[in-house]
Design a protein. Structure first.
Length: 152
């Protein structure tokens, strides 16, 4: 199981920016029909300065900015590939995510909870991230629960 001492551990900060082509392809792959995620002129028509990043990319952004999923999970256990999953995701948006903007991501492990059920034990590790612009303006806050099975 994951050590409960991980609670309060800061995650290395990082930066990540989504280029227009990636936002366009992500919107296509996730079947997000919102035109503002694809074209500058459509974003401008709804009052935005340019192409937007689909909200569904918010988890991808925080994981990439802080070292990727491999680094995220390796902080928790050496053998996560055989029994780990995303258990939940909560996001609060404060501003649109604009393509080409380098976002700063800060995070910490805020909770480690061990549970026992009929099929065995598991540990839920909650990561919290704050995402902001280079000027320090909040863009979104994200909480991600990573679930690790006992037999790791």
């Amino acid at each position: 199981m994951v050590a409960t001492e991980l609670e309060g551990t800061e995650i290395p900060s990082g930066e990540f920016g989504v280029e227009g082509w990636k936002a366009y392809l992500w919107a296509d792959a996730t079947r997000d029909e919102e035109a503002a995620f694809r074209y500058d002129e459509d974003a401008e028509a709804v009052g935005e300065p340019g192409q937007l990043v689909p909200h569904s990319m918010c988890q991808h952004i925080v994981f990439e900015a802080t070292g990727g999923i491999e680094a995220t999970m390796s902080r928790l256990t050496d053998d996560w590939k055989s029994g780990a999953a995303l258990g939940g995701l909560r996001v609060e948006f404060h501003a649109p995510i604009e393509t080409g903007t380098t976002l700063t991501v800060d995070g910490a492990i805020t909770s480690v909870v061990e549970k026992e059920g009929s099929s065995g034990g598991l540990t839920i590790v909650t990561h919290e991230y704050a995402v902001s612009t280079p000027d320090g303006d909040a863009v979104y806050d994200l909480e991600a629960d990573m679930v690790l099975l006992e037999d790791l």
